[in-house]
Design a protein around this ligand. Structure first.
Ligand SMILES: CC(C)(COP(=O)(O)OP(=O)(O)OC[C@H]1O[C@@H](n2cnc3c(N)ncnc32)[C@H](O)[C@@H]1OP(=O)(O)O)[C@@H](O)C(=O)NCCC(=O)NCCS
Length: 219
């Protein structure tokens, strides 16, 4: 079952322990982190990787020194040498989300912004656009964000980036029931809205835990 964790990069511990955690990532990752101009980008990137390293250690008993990440040709990171372990990371604003499981998965978090009908018209399927426009005004921004994160979670699960046309698949959400079309694959989807002002969507080939758990840092 996919488990999901959230971590706030502005927590006191995150700020205090930043230098300690830098020592746990590879030299390449460190270089990538240090290249960011903004401190918040550095923290988002570092803590996403630290979360995954800790989860791999705690759930699968693999020591940090044995954890090597590689990326597929579209940039999706995977754990080298352990094809039975899967994870995915997403960050937005002050939050980082990490999902971990035993089958392919994708996670996405986005801040609920404006209802962007122009973007929906361009990137969503006709049915998704139609359903969005038929929502009452006050619900549209949230519905837009739900569709957007679901689409991203699917793309991230498949791991082929935007080589998959965004209008080649779609979603409908009715009374918290998520329908995926065309439904020729067995994917599980879930939306979490426990982080105020954000939506988190998950897609996986295996069942997804109902909880979005707080990730606690250790030393
Ligand atoms: C990675 C991608 C799939 C999502 O990016 P994003 O939403 O900007 O960023 P997120 O915070 O959700 O995810 C970033 C993380 O995903 C992972 N990732 C990178 N490439 C990935 C890929 N091809 N597949 C899955 N995960 C990927 C990495 O862990 C990355 O973390 P890092 O930046 O710290 O290394 C992006 O490359 C992309 O193609 N986005 C599509 C944008 C779009 O138009 N969406 C429309 C939806 S309707």
């Amino acid at each position: 079952m996919v488990e999901l964790y959230s971590f706030n990069i502005n927590s006191d511990l995150a700020k205090e322990q930043y230098n300690y955690y830098k020592k746990l990532v590879s030299a390449d990752k460190l270089l990538q982190i240090e290249r960011f101009r903004f401190e918040e980008d550095r923290r988002r990137s570092l803590y996403g990787e630290i979360m995954v390293r800790r989860l791999i250690r705690d759930k699968f008993g693999i020591d940090n020194s044995l954890i090597v990440f590689k990326s597929n040709e579209y940039g999706k990171p995977y754990l080298n040498g352990y094809p039975q372990i899967h994870f995915n990371i997403s960050h937005s604003g002050t939050w980082v989300i990490a999902g971990i499981g035993c089958h392919e998965l994708g996670v996405d978090i986005e801040q609920i912004g404006e209802n962007n009908e122009d973007i929906a018209k361009r990137f969503f399927t006709e049915k998704e656009y139609y359903n969005l426009c038929n929502k009452c005004e006050k619900d549209r921004a949230e519905y837009f964000c739900e569709l957007w994160t679901l689409k991203e979670s699917y793309i991230k699960c498949i791991g082929k980036g935007l080589s998959i046309p965004l209008n080649s698949f779609g979603f409908e959400i009715e009374k918290n029931e998520i329908s995926f079309f065309p439904s020729n694959h067995n994917y599980y989807f879930k939306i979490h809205d426990s982080l105020s002002g954000y939506k988190v969507a998950v897609c996986s080939e295996e069942e997804i835990d109902n909880r979005l758990q707080d990730f606690s840092l250790d030393l």
